[in-house]
Design a binder for this molecule. Sequence first.
Ligand SMILES: Nc1ncnc2c1ncn2[C@@H]1O[C@H](COP(=O)(O)OP(=O)(O)OP(=O)(O)O)[C@@H](O)[C@H]1O
Ligand SMILES: [Mg+2]
Length: 348
Amino acid sequence: MTSKNSKNTLTHGTGNEKNLYIGVDLGTNHTAISTSDGKKNTILSLVGTPRDPVASKFLKKEHLYGEEALKHRVALKLLRPVENGLIKNQKEDIEAAKGLLEYVLHSVNGDREIKKYAIIGVPAQASVLNKKIILDMASEFFDGMMVASEPFCVAYMMGQLEHSLIVDIGAGTTDLCRVHGTLPDPEDQITSIRAGNFIDREFVRLISESYTDVRVTQEMAKKWKEQYSFVGEAEKEIIVDVPVDSSFLKLPITKEMKEACESILPDIVAGISKLISTYDPDFQDALRNNIWLAGGGSQIKNLAQVLEQRLELIGGARVQNFKDPVFGGAEGALKLALDMPEEFWHTA
Ligand SMILES: Nc1ncnc2c1ncn2[C@@H]1O[C@H](COP(=O)(O)OP(=O)(O)OP(=O)(O)O)[C@@H](O)[C@H]1O
Ligand SMILES: [Mg+2]
């Protein structure tokens, strides 16, 4: 079915439209939402349900979402419904994802009585089945919706629709996508599971190899990474405090941080090389000079420069950082929703 509503006359943020357009980035780590009346929000993609009746009474809620769920995690059964960028295909995960979507929608007043049209960003290589799960899961909230490749949404946001290559480094996946004016085809996209969570796991492994009697959790590793991540040359030594017995141990972790962060580089370099070498030869130079890093992982220090150095082997490249790693995907999905021709809408 196709939407009957005219929308192309709308402008972003006027606040008095008769339809609401929505962009959603349902990520492994975070869920971001942007609406055509200028609202936006992001929460951790985390859903908690009280472990027992005592927890339920104390928390006074049947479900907790995002940061609130993380805060009360000891009293909760926690679900991360999105894994490696995809909603898990279990009933409880689909229900949790639905709850998450309802929650963020409510947080931007998007559950009021108004026609709603949404674009939901999915990883570059989401399967037909996964797209269907998302469309089914979200159908009760929207009058029309479609899924779109997340890196394409980022390219759309930047207005880089011709000969650009987006490298979206998330928590579960790194998605590479070549953009050339149309919606991307499967051969334009490459996904690697070497992304933020992979770095955290590597980091924990490397630290426990170097310091056999120190116990570091993945949460600790993630926190240190978000503070000090880098590739290439270290600017200064990184030393962190690790709790041991009743005091703290000062642990130098520069080498481990570098190695963990650099563990995602080979797949990115190989993916970029492949997407350039299989592109129309007339436009390969344009593509290699228009590479953009997006997603939370793009904040790793020196990443663009080190990628440029490694890409010298295949004739050089220009790599730049996209300025909004948190809302880029959701804002791009919203922009696409506002511009989409009617026949693209799937309706409930
Ligand atoms: N300063 C930083 N340096 C390195 N990594 C960071 C930094 N800040 C955030 N990250 C990492 O970015 C990742 C989250 O990125 P993002 O929010 O784009 O993921 P997502 O969209 O939820 O995941 P996916 O796209 O895989 O579904 C996490 O692994 C987080 O630890
Ligand atoms: Mg993402």
